[in-house]
Design a protein around this ligand. Sequence first.
Ligand code: NDP
Length: 453
Amino acid sequence: MNEETQRILDHVVLVDPDQQEFIQAVTSFLKSIDKLVEETPQITYYKVLDRIVEPERVIIFRVPWVDDDGKLQINRAYRVQMNSAIGPYKGGLRFHPSVNLSILKFLAFEQTFKNSLTGLALGGGKGGSNFDPKDKSENEIMRFCQSLMTELCRHIGEDTDVPAGDIGVGAREIGYLYGQYKRLMNRSVGILTGKGTSFGGSYIRPEATGYGLVYLSAAILEAKGKSLEGRTCLVSGSGNVAQYTTEKLLQMGAKPITLSDSSGVLIDPSGIDEKKLAFVKALKNVRRGRISEYVQQYKEATYIPHDGSGSSNPLWDVKADYAFPCATQNEINAIDAKHLVANGIQLIGEGANMPTTLEADEIFRQEKVLHAPGKAANAGGVAVSGLEMAQNSQKLQWTPEKVDRQLQSIMKNIYASISDAAEKYSTKDNFVDGANIAGFLKVSEAMIAQGYV
Ligand code: NDP
């Protein structure tokens, strides 16, 4: 890193030394931006960078709720309103016990550049709570969502901040949150995306992140004369993004052979076909069970318990052509990266946000593995959220075909802009640099035009 970008990073570390995930995201970003600022010294990018690492606003509040035994419970919730240079803050809500300010700041930071890449007028934000939805009853989840929205409703709006789902927040939670907003504010407007299609939701929003990931990966492969057809793929996670990544991989003729959850890893060498995927969807979305149950149904598969501890994840030591991490941040470390490379992996397509550590990134770069970073590869979700906002403001609902066509076109444009930026300011096919630079260019232009605010 050059002296100025290092100064910016040092300041971030100085003011928030405990925010490891945020520091990691900023480090990765600044390493890419270094190349742009050296090429264009005439533009005062450093002044923008000083500001871009500081959220515009952070709201922290308590969420009091009552469990089924009548006991009073308390959780902490946050909304990080990171950057509104190009549009209203936009980004999901995460419910997971690990949620803290560092994780939400890293997610909001990534989201700012991701939203810029979509070409839509969306700023960056992220929020959530350290609430653990596992083992909670329907009623407890409903009461928690209602209590959270009782405070959050003052800070969001269709033209200021529009949250959506993320880990632990799916259609069910969005429905409860939206219902409470409506009761409190007496307004039926698009203040959340990922809503049910009967009350303002967009078709293809549930599918969008996974489908978009596969569309972008297919574009990268096509430019290299490769395809997904007949190729073996690793997918991690078994939630929204993993399910629809697997679905689209199957539609495009690939052979997904793994899934996981926070308790363990599933390997099915015979392939996870449509029927098995339907089983996983029912297991995870309806029964809210564990992925270990898959092996009771399909004996050809193997289950390896893995809770994220230990030096490596067995899922990344399975031989395959392409890998799609779709669970959580830092799920591929340096050892996992070495295993993937040793097994001949050719492409990493990130469904999750920042699933690779800085050391793993470096290994993929050195080994010339095609690497589509989350801020580009999983942008399909927020892109269709942007389309949901457009439909809400028009009071219209587009057909699934129309939304899917737009999603495909957005992912194609993202591929074009990240590969162009990589070639112009970094190295051909360095999509990590390309995504950071292309995302930053638009945000910085808007911030400069608005007086560096
Ligand atoms: P879900 O809650 O639907 O699924 C998350 C999956 O990841 C589950 O299988 C979960 O296991 C697993 N998981 C979560 N935390 C951990 C952990 N600490 N260790 C191991 N496994 C874990 O979330 P999504 O599918 O929506 O999100 C997955 C990733 O995709 C996240 O990084 C998210 O930020 C990113 N993303 C999501 C978008 C969306 O539209 N939903 C958009 C863009 C990015 P278990 O079932 O045991 O909890």
